[in-house]
Design a protein around this ligand. Sequence first.
Ligand code: MF3
Ligand code: CO
Ligand code: CO
Length: 307
Amino acid sequence: MSAGRISSVNANNYGTAHPKRELLKMIEYIDAASAPMKNTGVIRLYGEDGFEGMRKAGNLVAKALDAVSEIIKPGATTAEIDRFMFSFGKDNGALPATLYYRGYTRSCCTSINHVVCHGIPNDKPLRENDIINIDVTYILDGWHGDSSRMYPVGTIKRAAGRLMDVTYESLMRGIDQAKPGKTTGDIGHAIQEYAEKERCSVVRDFCGHGLGSLFHDTPNILHYGNPGDGVELKPGMIFTIEPMINLGKPHVKVLSDGWTAVTRDKSLTAQYEHSIGITVTGCEIFTLSPASLHKPGSPVFNETHIR
Ligand code: MF3
Ligand code: CO
Ligand code: CO
């Protein structure tokens, strides 16, 4: 997860010692409707009900991320953003999944400049030049919609804008690989290849994750890797892709609050996240911006619903 550290419960424990063909045979698939509500290590396949639930939850998250752009300016605090996310959810019948999740007590994560992910909202004002990631997950009728975007605060430096562009493009290149017959490794490879070609680095310590009726489920979606590695994608799988890309080295550390992850070299970092579902022909993005604001501060994006 940016999700769990790769070493935590959602650890990618398919192992590395076995040949790929053996690994793929070991993986089971179960019908989501009959699955118990815990991460059992098998990959759930959702039907139309699940996709419909995710469409609604994802759309609500996307609307919140559209609306919050109005309050992001120099002087605003991340605590205000957090209150906004709580109220927006409440007004629309949803609860933030992060609230009281494993000891986390906020409605969203707000990660500024060299903060990679899981920044905790506080009363410090935003400053001109900052770039901030806002990551929110709503639970709506039992379905988890999880998405994050970058926002510029006032005018930002060219390098920061470029990093945001590279990160967004790396997410979309990962999503382009999300179709039946491809593997999770194809997604990671596409992201890594592009980010590194642009002289940026990919954070290894956090990954995307299965979700749906659970917040953090199998499979892990690594944002680096080799084509054909990992698990084969099948219609009905639902997961996030959420690459964290740095201008400097890929290494991160977690601060003493137990959550805030920062780049070790204090270099600038960015992240975008979508929740998607694998369809027969490709994938459906559940968290597209209804206002085409997926990249606030950049020229309006023309996103198509099905890629
Ligand atoms: N929304 C994050 C993700 O993308 C998870 C945040 S968990 C928290 O998976 F506890 F830090 F909020
Ligand atoms: Co996520
Ligand atoms: Co998230």
